[in-house]
Design a protein around this ligand. Structure first.
Ligand SMILES: Nc1nc2c(ncn2[C@@H]2O[C@H](COP(=O)(O)OP(=O)(O)OP(=O)(O)O)[C@@H](O)[C@H]2O)c(=O)[nH]1
Ligand SMILES: [Mg+2]
Length: 298
């Protein structure tokens, strides 16, 4: 399956809820206040969030006036343009190598799976990859990562259950440098004894990366579960406050009709949406493209 069809398949549920609702309002009638009211309702009920919805409606009104649009049908393209602009506000810049990507997020969102997918993707691109199993808290975490490492045939650095995650990161940087690796992917715990300890741990890992490998481009990428809609935005907020995120990956978009929340995420945070997960296999991680995303949902 090609890139767009994979995305299209993955976004089916969001398209079904969002795109179908839109169908009933882009009817070809005159552009009037009731159209904007209906559109507002559709946007809010598609997890786009009240503030972002308001922004979209205002932009749409303004641009429709500028371009002298009189019929609802002719607004559809305009709506797409506004949505693409929002999603492109803070685009993910191409990676430069070597780079370190610390992957973080609450438990069960898909961190380890995303790293597995990335290990394959980078390897396929001819990059040398090292994995750091820095989730030493959950007993089976490193075994799970090891399965992905074997699949992608990449080096993995592990340590005993309960050991210091920052020490694993320290060792993995030494290994990555020695092998002249292009990419170091760090898997972290989703749950520690409490949230404050988790944030401290992530900060400690960050210090090790910055001290031990300052030449490497460093990404702090949060993973959020797309099925949680606006709650995913709250998680980005929480982690961003603690450690200043650079990137976000949204997983499980294949299982949700709430994909609209990406718009409020893009609008409210200076964090680049880098990848989206649309399934459980290694191929189901896509570079995020604003235009393709909008085309896939409406
Ligand atoms: N459908 C779907 N499932 C996904 C996707 N990404 C991850 N999953 C599934 O989500 C579940 C949890 O994934 P993990 O990678 O273990 O999540 P984690 O964040 O590492 O979890 P912890 O280590 O416990 O914090 C697994 O069953 C994955 O197969 C996705 O894009 N789509
Ligand atoms: Mg994990």
């Amino acid at each position: 399956m090609g890139f767009f069809s994979r995305l299209f398949e993955g976004m089916k549920k969001t398209k079904k809820s969002f795109g179908e609702k839109l169908k009933y309002i882009f009817t070809g009638n005159d552009l009037d206040e009731s159209f904007f009211e209906e559109l507002e309702f559709v946007l809010v009920s598609s997890d786009i969030g009240a503030e972002t919805t308001e922004y979209i409606i205002e932009e749409l009104k303004e641009k429709a006036k500028e371009r002298k649009i009189k019929k609802t049908d002719d607004c559809k393209q305009l709506l797409k343009e506004i949505m693409v602009d929002i999603l492109q506000e803070n685009p993910a810049q191409p990676l430069t190598y070597p780079c370190v990507i610390m992957v973080l997020g609450v438990n069960g969102v898909g961190k380890t799976t995303t790293i597995g997918k990335l290990a394959k993707k980078f390897t396929d691109e001819g990059k040398k990859v090292v994995l750091a199993a820095a989730d030493t808290f959950r007993a089976a975490a490193s075994d799970q990562l090891e399965v992905w490492a074997n699949r992608a045939k990449v080096k993995i650095i592990t340590n005993e259950h309960g050991s210091d995650p920052a020490a694993v990161v320290y060792d993995s940087i030494a290994s990555a440098k020695a092998r002249e690796a292009d990419v170091l992917l760090i898997d972290t715990a989703g749950r520690l004894h409490n949230k404050a300890i988790l944030m401290e741990e992530l900060k400690k890992i960050s210090r090790v990366v910055q001290q031990q490998w300052p030449e490497a481009e460093y990404h702090k990428m949060v993973v959020v579960d797309g099925t949680t809609g606006q709650n995913a935005v709250n998680q980005v907020d929480l982690f961003n406050q603690a450690i200043e995120l650079t990137d976000v990956t949204i997983t499980k978009l294949d299982g949700t009709s709430k994909g609209g929340f990406l718009l409020s995420l893009a609008k409210d945070y200076d964090v680049a949406i880098r990848y989206v997960g649309v399934g459980e296999t290694a191929e189901d991680l896509l570079d995020f493209e604003a235009k393709d995303f909008v085309d896939a949902i409406m």
